[in-house]
Design a protein around this ligand. Structure first.
Ligand SMILES: Cc1cc2nc3c(=O)[nH]c(=O)nc-3n(C[C@H](O)[C@H](O)[C@H](O)COP(=O)(O)O)c2cc1C
Length: 406
């Protein structure tokens, strides 16, 4: 699947340090089948060479408004009409300010004003610049007018600060762009996603846990939000920032996760159980720290945790249910059996090992439903999430159509 295949993308690059990442973004877009025309601000050339981008995209970079060759045929308007989408990455504070007040003082800002194509902005700047009321007001004005904001992310910055202002990673931006191209498939619909591990307490300082990082569930939450969904993300303990626009509920144990899911269920049309919920929990939780003195071994008695997904799926009034199967052996058979036993609408299976699946940034999935299956190739989880959401939307729409005709 190549959602940007054949799409004409103007990739705007402005003068921020993150401009070096634009080369990778251009490469990913080209690999996804997009026709990419890079347009740089004059100052962006201080950060990345046009020759690199020309070599990647196969098109000379455009950076001049007063270009006698192109403007013989009103090149800026031609390009504004050519674009299916304009993605500016990185978008500096300066550029955001200029387009927020409708300036058209270089080729890129003129294109933004002259084009009816969707405008996606990936801001990248120092956290103080991002937090400044002027920048926030400019961004709010642009979003109000229909621009889509991609990020920024939170984290370490080139200047040594930490905070919001990092440009989203190129793979994530590709996923965002793909999602915007296929259209908002869950507009206004409420969706529950569970993510991460659960921690089952043993005593006040210890727990039984697992290696789930939450990355897949968080990527799904972001991809669903990009599709217009109102996402409630119920997460076990993870070290991940909440995707923009997502409502997050933090829990620790399987029992807490079950309570949170059941409380949110009445409004939801889709439930994606991506969390690695512990099958068992200690029968007794010690009130005080368990001491090793005087013991050579310790026996734990475990009891079964409720199966949240099976419980939701068994309800008469229930959302479309998608499960995940992380298996070490016989992936396909195990996933199919899990789908049928739990009465799921769809299951996404992945092979896990110590180095694959849990905690990694990439993964591959085998997605199975009652009369079909698709293998999604190994790729960043952010992209995988976009593709999986697309498949879920197809099945969701098909099921709704059958119900309506029945
Ligand atoms: C070394 C250096 C790094 C910079 N990095 C950023 C940045 O990451 N984000 C930003 O908004 N401005 C950054 N600036 C400031 C912009 O380059 C400056 O505002 C410039 O006028 C933006 O031009 P443009 O918006 O036309 O591309 C940086 C400036 C310098 C000298």
């Amino acid at each position: 699947m190549q959602p940007s295949g054949g799409r004409r993308v103007v990739l705007g690059i402005t003068a921020g340090i993150a401009a070096f990442k634009a080369a990778e973004l251009a490469r990913l877009l080209v690999r996804d089948g997009a026709d990419v025309q890079v347009v740089m601000t004059r100052s962006a050339g201080q950060f990345i060479g046009p020759m690199t981008l020309q070599a990647i995209t196969g098109r000379p970079v455009r950076d001049a408004l007063f270009d006698p060759v192109h403007e013989a045929a009103m090149g800026h308007i031609e390009l504004a009409r050519w674009a299916d989408v304009i993605l500016v990455a990185p978008a500096t504070a300066d550029f955001i300010a200029r387009i927020a007040i409708g300036m058209a003082d270089d080729l890129l800002s003129t294109l933004c004003l002259a084009s009816g194509a969707p405008l996606l902005l990936a801001p990248a700047m120092n956290q103080a610049m991002w937090g400044h009321p002027a920048t926030q007001a400019n961004v709010a004005a642009l979003v109000e007018r229909g621009a889509t904001l991609l990020g920024p992310d939170d984290g370490d910055q080139a200047c040594g600060d930490t905070g919001p202002g990092r440009m989203r990673e190129p793979a994530a931006l590709l996923g965002d762009l793909q999602a915007s191209l296929v259209g908002a498939r869950f507009a206004g619909r409420r969706v529950i996603v569970t993510a991460g591990p659960t921690q089952e307490p043993l005593d006040p300082v210890r727990f039984l846990g697992n290696r789930s990082s939450g990355k897949m569930g968080f990527a799904l939450a972001a991809a669903l939000t990009a599709q217009g969904a109102e996402v409630v993300l119920i997460s076990g303990p993870v070290a991940l920032p909440t995707p923009r626009g997502v409502e997050r509920i933090d829990v620790e144990s399987a029992l807490q996760m079950r309570d949170a899911v059941l409380a949110e269920l009445p409004e939801a049309v889709l439930f994606i159980a991506c969390a690695a919920v512990a099958d068992y929990r200690p029968l007794e939780v010690a009130a005080h720290k368990i001491k090793k003195e005087g013991t050579s071994s310790l026996k734990l008695e475990l009891v079964r945790n409720p199966d949240i997904l099976a419980e939701v799926s068994a309800r008469a009034e229930r959302p479309f249910c998608v499960g995940f199967a992380a298996e070490t052996d016989d992936l396909e058979a195990a996933a199919e059996s899990k789908m049928r036993t739990k009465g799921l609408d769809m299951i996404a299976a992945n092979q896990v090992s110590v180095s694959r699946g849990f905690g990694t940034d990439d993964n591959a999935l085998l997605v199975i439903w009652n009369d079909g299956r698709v293998a999604l190739a190994n790729q960043p989880k952010t992209q995988l999430a976009v593709q999986l959401v697309d498949l879920i939307a197809d099945r969701f729409d098909a099921q709704a159509a059958t119900k309506n005709s029945g």
